[in-house]
Design a binder for this molecule. Structure first.
Ligand code: HEM
Length: 190
């Protein structure tokens, strides 16, 4: 038992197998085989919670706790935990964008939503907030974190400035995420 649960890949495979059983037997509310739209919604939410879950880990746990971590223990976070978290964070952000755009396309309103046509205002707001957030991840947070964590060469001053820059954009995304989540879930869920 401990051997099985100690192997993350096996556990994820078992989770996927369970999901496939659920999809195959009761995959849609009306009892029919689920269509690609439903599959992509599922993947979209999977990647979305991975991304935003890690955003909240950084903002609720890591950033507030780092000042209290003794200096000799800080490398445990900056050299081991943060790079791994940032790997899943940035790729989950990209996968969320791609699957979200696919869902909008399969739902038949991609262009209408991106151009704020009236019936699509709510999902348009959600999509644009999330697109801005993903832009922040790839254009500001990740490049700043590479400097702040010492993954690229930089002076101590440049590292400190980069850490502040990463924090400001990370906090900006936390701010935007709350309204973004409402738009995502409320557009079709009411
Ligand atoms: C640029 C990024 C994103 C795009 C383009 C996007 C796009 C979409 C679209 C088009 C829908 C379907 C709305 C509908 O017709 O019901 C949707 C639903 C949803 N999105 Fe996103 N989204 C993005 C980011 C996120 C993020 C970061 C999350 C965080 C968890 C998220 C969570 C959800 C949820 C929970 C739903 C509802 C799924 C459902 O009820 O079927 N999205 N998104």
């Amino acid at each position: 038992m401990a051997k099985f649960f100690g192997n993350l890949h096996l556990v994820l495979l078992a989770g996927l197998a369970l999901a496939i059983v659920v999809i195959a037997t009761a995959g849609s509310a009306d009892g029919r085989v689920p269509d690609p739209n439903q599959i992509f919604r599922w993947l979209h939410v999977f990647f979305g919670i991975t991304w935003i879950g890690l955003l909240y880990y950084f903002n609720f746990v890591q950033i507030p706790t780092m000042p209290k971590v003794p200096a000799d223990l800080k490398p445990g976070v900056t050299k081991y935990i943060a790079p791994k978290a940032l790997f899943f964070f940035r790729w989950a952000a990209l996968a969320t964008v791609v699957t979200g755009l696919i869902v909008a396309h399969l739902s038949g309103y991609l262009v209408q939503a991106l151009t704020f046509e009236p019936p699509f205002t709510l999902i348009a707001i959600g999509m644009w907030l999330a697109l801005i957030m993903a832009f922040n991840v790839w254009v500001f947070i990740w490049p700043a974190q590479k400097i702040a964590l010492g993954l690229v060469d930089a002076t101590p001053e440049a590292k400190a400035a980069a850490a502040t820059r990463a924090m400001v954009f990370s906090r900006t995304n936390t701010l935007l995420s709350i309204a973004m989540l409402y738009a995502m879930v409320a557009f079709n869920g009411g």
